[in-house]
Design a protein around this ligand. Structure first.
Ligand code: MRU
Length: 370
């Protein structure tokens, strides 16, 4: 999407690859919206660290970063012994996979790359295929998001007031985004509407990333405190909820997404407001049989006990952490929750909009086993 920096507009992807330097290039998301910087990781361990430390975050974006990281690791191997090469690739895979547990996209993305690599008869061939397959994953991620936009845009009319949670925007993917795709498609169709961005504590991806994205695109929006959505729903000020997902179970239709999503789904049901989840195919987990089996990331308590922001004085732009909570108190910090299928009106996919309970029946159309 376009980014305006010092008055200049330029298109960027969240994740790209520099083949000459064998480096993964990432928009440094921890600095946004106060600074725009590109980070380059020099080897697969740095790429895994960038995923773990959330330089890059969001299901599709960490999927692409893992796919490129696998290619990066494969390309760094020196030698011709295929057995040693395979062992090395396994190690790269395990390192990248363990960086963050909840999103399934990195696993699906790296499985695609590894599967494609089997066609190569030599180390050199497999290295070349790995990069081509990672590029293919990244390009498909963009196409899927565009298709989500085409299907989802019909849910948005002139005057619709949309609530979204966290950032399932283009920063969470390679480009375009999942929950934001219908929003950008509706804007391109000339519709006028308004978006409420849940602040999304503790890391505030809604207040920082989604609000920044929508501002860059000139979309009418406001940030609301996480606790404000129920009040706005009760007063009839929200017409539609669209969120993303880090793992959607193909067998049950349960949706893992940023902590607080479940609360919003319960509230939407209470108020009869349609609640949609937008996902590319890489977010579907066809294996797990229950949402209780989804690994939920537990993050450091410092995220709950304080907050990062820019200091608004003469040193404007400098980021700082401030302690908010009582100094002697600890915190629990689950990063994600699971929303049951019965609270979800529809799942917007590149293949169309489905009831969450229909995903398994429609698995062929959704790319499973195809
Ligand atoms: O912890 P994050 O920022 O990587 O969380 C992921 C998310 O941004 C959300 O859960 C999002 O809604 C789904 S990712 C497309």
């Amino acid at each position: 999407m376009n980014v305006i920096i010092r008055g200049q507009t330029r298109p960027y992807r969240t994740v790209t690859f520099d083949a000459n330097r064998n480096a993964v290039l990432l928009i440094e998301q921890r600095l946004l919206p106060h600074q725009f910087e590109i980070a380059a990781t020099r080897d697969f361990r740095e790429t895994a660290a960038a995923i773990r430390d959330m330089i890059v975050r969001g299901a599709g974006a960490i999927g692409a970063a893992a796919a490129y990281g696998l290619a990066q690791g494969a390309r760094a191997f020196r030698g011709r012994d295929l057995k040693k090469f395979s062992r090395h690739v396994e190690q790269v895979y395990d390192t990248l996979q363990s960086a963050r547990p909840t999103a399934v996209d990195p696993v699906n993305a790296m499985n695609d790359v590894r599967h494609a690599m089997r066609r190569g008869k030599s180390v050199e061939e497999q290295q070349a295929i790995a990069l081509a397959a990672a590029e293919e994953f990244a390009n498909e991620d963009v196409q899927h998001c565009e298709q989500i936009g085409r299907h989802g845009a019909k849910l948005i009319c002139n005057g619709t007031r949309i609530l979204t949670h966290c950032n399932a925007g283009w920063l969470a993917f390679v480009d375009v985004g999942s929950a934001t795709a219908p929003i950008y498609a509706a804007q391109a169709a000339g519709k006028k509407f308004h978006v409420f961005c849940d602040e999304t504590r503790p890391r505030s991806q809604g207040a920082t990333l989604t609000a920044w994205e929508l501002a860059q695109q000139g979309i009418s929006h406001e940030v609301i405190a996480d606790n404000a959505a129920g009040h706005l729903m009760q007063r009839g000020e929200i017409d539609l909820v669209i969120v993303g997902s880090d793992r959607t179970l193909g067998r049950t239709g349960e949706v893992a997404n940023k902590i607080g999503t479940y609360t919003k789904a319960v509230l939407a049901k209470r108020h009869g407001i349609p609640f949609y989840v937008a996902i590319p195919l890489s977010t579907i987990d066809w294996k797990l049989k229950s949402g209780f089996d989804i690994p939920i990331e537990e993050r450091h308590e410092s995220e709950v006990l304080g907050a990062w922001g820019a200091i608004s004085n003469r040193q404007s732009g400098r980021r700082a952490y401030v302690r908010v909570a009582n100094p002697t108190s600890g915190a629990r910090n689950p990063g994600f929750d699971v929303t049951p299928a019965e609270l979800i009106t529809g799942v917007i996919t590149p293949a169309g909009i489905f009831k969450p309970q229909e995903l398994w029946k429609c698995r062929r159309a959704l790319g499973f086993g195809g």
